[in-house]
Design a protein around this ligand. Structure first.
Ligand code: SAM
Length: 312
């Protein structure tokens, strides 16, 4: 699917709640006031919902996990396609509203929980029994986008893909290739587990209330096996972090500050050359494969104790 700029307004099908009128009516009926602290920016545009849902490639054999259903605008669309929908919502005040908006979809269930605290393995085992492909589809609360996505990926849930609306700038960092200013440890963390694709840039006008940042829909196709083979994942990600400590510094400077003393510093130059990486390069120019080689070379050189000390 190609990345495109969506129009500023979209058509609304009758019966669906994603319209300014229906959203306001529902909120009024339940005396609901939006909580900014929970990232509550509700989608009011059917076209945008359509783009999110179609990117997930759902069908009657698949399941969907939604994080933060709000009043159920996206949940309804997911329930029209998937065999099972589970929506995790932190705000208890939304539960009676969801009961109303999802009344026609008995295969959609709402779990009242903080997604960052819930046992997702247990939730999958209980809720997605017999469903072999599950997508995460959500208009995420922006204040916790990265922790939520990292939790989903690090837990190695049996996911086919993740299609989420997030802050545009974060989406661009996740999809960035080596060499640019957006490329960093987040790009590597996400691309280690997934193949990212920017689906659409979304204007602020499709939300109530309008956020003060631009948004984007990103699709993360979850890889069967990570993009590179690494022995010690936590050390690999730590080396990546260390390489970006000060973006303007060279790899040599960032890594020597983290792992080497004045005496053994020359060893770092040798290691980098052996790994085929020029010490004067900056972290933002290294590919994931080069990071894997670098982590291996450092790991072989540093004893476990040295790695531990550097971590503290
Ligand atoms: N899906 C709805 C839509 O598109 O209109 C609402 C999206 S709104 C951006 C984010 C939703 O996430 C809100 O309903 C909010 O209450 C919920 N939320 C925020 N933090 C959460 C958390 N830690 N766990 C679960 N849900 C959360």
């Amino acid at each position: 699917m190609s990345r495109e700029q969506l129009p500023k307004t979209g058509g609304q099908a009758t019966g669906d709640i994603a319209s300014p009128k229906r959203t306001k009516e529902l909120m009024q009926k339940y005396g609901f006031t939006l909580k900014k602290s929970l990232g509550q920016n509700f989608l009011i545009d059917q076209n945008v919902l359509g783009r999110i849902v179609s990117a997930a490639e759902l069908d009657a054999t698949k399941g969907a996990l939604e994080i933060g259903p709000g009043i159920g605008a996206l949940t309804q669309q997911l329930a029209k396609l998937a065999s099972k929908v589970v929506a995790v919502e932190i705000d208890q005040r939304l539960l009676p509203m969801l009961e109303e908006t999802l009344a026609d979809y008995p295969h959609a269930s709402v779990v009242h929980a903080d997604v960052l605290k819930v046992d997702l393995q247990a939730l999958f085992a209980e809720q997605f029994q017999g469903v072999d492909k599950v997508s995460v589809v959500a208009n995420l609360p922006y204040y916790v986008t990265t922790p939520i996505l990292m939790k989903l990926l690090e837990e190695r849930l049996p996911l086919e893909n993740i299609v989420v609306m997030i802050q545009k700038e974060v989406a661009e960092r996740m999809a960035a290739k080596p060499g640019g200013k957006e490329y960093g440890s987040l790009s590597i963390a996400v691309q280690y587990y997934c193949e990212p694709e920017l689906v659409a840039i979304v204007p602020q006008t499709v939300f109530i209330p309008q956020p003060n940042v631009d948004s984007a829909v990103i699709k993360l196709k979850v890889r069967q096996t990570p993009a590179v083979d690494v022995e010690d994942e936590s050390f690999f990600f730590e080396v990546v972090q260390a390489s970006f400590t000060q973006r303007r510094k060279t790899l040599y400077n960032n890594l020597s500050a983290r792992y080497f003393t004045k005496e053994n510093k020359p060893e770092l130059e040798r290691l980098l050359h052996e790994a085929g990486i020029e010490p004067s390069r900056r972290g933002e120019t290294l590919s994931m494969g080069e990071y894997a080689r670098l982590a291996k070379a450092l790991s072989d050189y540093l004893s476990k104790a040295d790695r531990q000390t550097a971590r503290e």
